[in-house]
Design a binder for this molecule. Structure first.
Ligand code: KMT
Ligand code: NI
Length: 175
């Protein structure tokens, strides 16, 4: 998994790498904002992790132009994924096929981009602002795992600024 600071060049398609000049981001740096990154080649390792962290539900999503029902709805879906948002629960994303980018906000509000390929797994804490997009290959198959009662809803910024899970998250990363 390549993790680095995003270049903030919004004139370029979001599905391009956008490798910035601020360099790579280490696993420790990710951990400091509550994000855990792993690589698992076997599903049983993922299952074990899910059990140990009290995950109870999951789904598998295929994101392609066809699976989304054509170019227009694909573009619409991408727009939703790429709108900065948070979730009220911790969530796991595990890449089964293809590739995608998760952008998460660093402590200083800079975007950190993680390029996820087959076998890469990311744990996003509740309350972290993030967004997602595909690569120019336009193909990903991902498993999404949810804790306890799944809260599928994405809450966009800035409405989520007032969300209690947001405050709780900010508290948890303040050292
Ligand atoms: C999210 O939380 O933004 C997503 O789950 C994006 C799609 S999963 C590859
Ligand atoms: Ni999300």
């Amino acid at each position: 998994m390549h993790v680095y600071y995003f270049d903030n060049n919004d004139a370029v398609d979001e599905r391009e790498p956008h490798i910035g000049s601020d360099g790579d981001v280490s696993t420790e740096e990710l951990k400091a904002i509550g994000v855990l990154a792993y690589h698992f080649d076997s599903q049983s390792d993922v299952d074990e992790l899910a059990v140990s962290r009290n995950y109870v539900s999951r789904d598998v999503v295929d994101i392609t132009v066809e699976s989304m029902g054509g170019p227009e709805s694909y573009a619409e879906k991408l727009k939703n994924f790429y709108t900065e948002h948070l979730h009220e629960d911790e969530e796991i994303r595990y890449i089964l096929e293809g590739e995608g980018y998760f952008d998460v906000r660093g402590k200083d509000e800079r975007w950190i981009r993680a390029r996820l390929s087959k076998g890469d797994l990311l744990i996003l804490p509740a309350g972290i602002y993030h967004r997602f997009t595909l690569t120019t290959d336009n193909y990903v198959r991902a498993m999404r795992l949810f804790k306890e009662q799944p809260k599928w809803v994405a809450i966009n910024r800035p409405i989520a600024d007032e969300n209690p899970y947001r405050s709780e998250y900010l508290e948890s990363i303040s050292a």
